[in-house]
Write a protein that binds this ligand. Structure first.
Ligand code: AMP
Length: 211
């Protein structure tokens, strides 16, 4: 069993790597962004304020995130290991994660330049049905048929927070709040940095670390 944290700036491909790892190792993918987006879709009292917060590029309040994560990490489907995608995202969350579980084996940091991230995010298209990700700007990532998922034929959509302006805000939030937690995990000797761009090369490197 391995429990992994993936840390990366927005658009670096955490979600893609997490999905590839889950299908290879039968681990559970815990994406905080996806959990929050499904809260928004419920259309309840919380939905509108969550949507505004996410659209601003800022982090959602720790209190809510910690409540969601404590509940999720106590569920009974995690025996084969899990991948945390998007959590922790600041020092307070990292400190509180240590109180929820002491079973984190490795923290993998995907390092990607700001220019590359912007190029990927602005044209990103996602399939809400199977989670696959495409681009309308990067040729090798385009779907075969316009706006249709190659894998499950569902309609592709843009994420509400994939605009240049929101990207810049999210990137600044990342630098200010998330980047400092790398030092926190480095001191615990759990940090592995990957500085590659190709998704298969990144994947092979993560597999080596996990193995
Ligand atoms: P993601 O899908 O991981 O890029 O997350 C999308 C948005 O959800 C972020 O820009 C934040 O507004 C919010 N979010 C995701 N994870 C967290 C977290 N751990 N703490 C606070 N806000 C989060």
């Amino acid at each position: 069993m391995k429990n992994i944290i993936l840390i990366a700036p927005p658009g670096a491909g955490k979600g893609t790597q997490a999905k590839m790892l889950c299908s290879k190792f039968n681990m559970v993918h815990i994406s905080v962004g996806d959990l929050l987006r499904s809260e928004i879709e419920k259309g309840n009292d919380l939905s509108e304020s969550l949507k505004q917060r996410m659209q601003s590029g800022k982090l959602v309040e720790d209190e809510l995130i910690l409540k969601i994560m404590e509940k999720r990490l106590n569920e009974s489907d995690l025996d084969n290991g899990f991948i945390l995608d998007g959590f922790p995202r600041n020092i307070n969350q990292a400190i509180n994660l240590d109180k929820i579980t002491d079973k984190i084996d490795a923290v993998i940091y995907l390092e990607v330049s700001k220019e590359e991230l912007e190029r990927r995010i602005v044209g990103r298209l996602v399939c809400k049905t199977c989670g696959a990700s495409y681009s309308e700007l990067i040729e090798e990532l385009m779907p075969i048929n316009n706006n249709i998922c190659d894998k499950c034929n569902s309609k592709l959509e843009k994420r509400i927070d994939d605009t240049v302006e929101i990207f810049n805000n999210r990137y600044n939030t990342y630098l200010e709040e998330t980047y400092p937690i790398l030092e926190f995990y480095k001191e615990k000797n759990k940090l592995y940095t990957i500085n590659l761009l190709d998704k298969d090369e990144i994947f092979n490197e993560i597999v080596k670390i996990i193995s």
